[in-house]
Write a protein that binds this ligand. Sequence first.
Ligand code: HEC
Ligand code: HEC
Length: 207
Amino acid sequence: MNKTLKKLAPVIILLAFAASVTVQAAQGADRSGKEVVDKVCSTCHATGANGAPKIGDQAAWRKRSERGLADLTANAIKGIRKMPAHGGNQNVSDLEIERAITFMVNQSGGHWAEPINRTKPVAERPGKKIVEMQCIKCHKAGVGGAPKIGDRDAWIKRGSAGMDSLVRSSINGHGGMPARGGMADLTDSEIRGAVVYMFNQGITEKK
Ligand code: HEC
Ligand code: HEC
């Protein structure tokens, strides 16, 4: 029995790895706003539990939607009062949150366009380009304590909570780091590309 297990160990590890890749792939395939709302958000937003703006309640959604998608998304991602972060489900991607909000707004009298869709690909700017265009303004010299590009220790320390955490804080901003690196039109996935690029420069440069 023990021997069989030992023989199987590499297989099990491989399977676990494959499973994690599959989960990532599933996360990569962003669902529509309706799907996410039906699965996750409707638990509270269908009934208005705990003061959640109810789907279809035009007055409740108009007031909130006037603040714009970016602001609502930021609150939905980090949570606000009885609204749990990511609707209580970390597997909901940032883009899915944006789509879910758009869907709920539109079910409640709004006319928002669903955020960028992979069936209608938009030319995404690569991470390297975004970094050279914007992020180097601070991350080259370390302005305001920004982790410097190529500073291995700084990036490893920052990365210890995981890539998603770095991406999230880049989207929301924190300390001297402005939301979206000060470039409001960057998509979440472009920001991810830029973060990954800087992170990789950091950990591969001085080896
Ligand atoms: C466990 C219940 C619950 C779930 C699940 C939930 N919400 Fe909420 N949501 C709330 C409550 C309660 C509020 C009102 C918070 C407040 O303003 O006090 C709220 C408010 C919001 C707001 C308004 C935020 C603002 O800044 O005014 C948005 C946007 C939102 N939810 C999006 C979502 C999305 C998208 C999902 C699904 C991915 C989701 N919610 C799932 C309970 C929930
Ligand atoms: C105006 C200066 C400035 C610009 C422009 C800027 N950053 Fe930053 N960034 C900072 C500072 C300062 C910090 C350190 C903030 C802190 O930890 O308090 C930081 C921290 C970060 C972190 C680490 C976050 C964490 O959780 O520790 C990431 C990732 C990041 N920036 C990504 C980016 C990306 C991507 C861009 C370009 C799209 C960008 N930054 C543009 C100033 C800037």
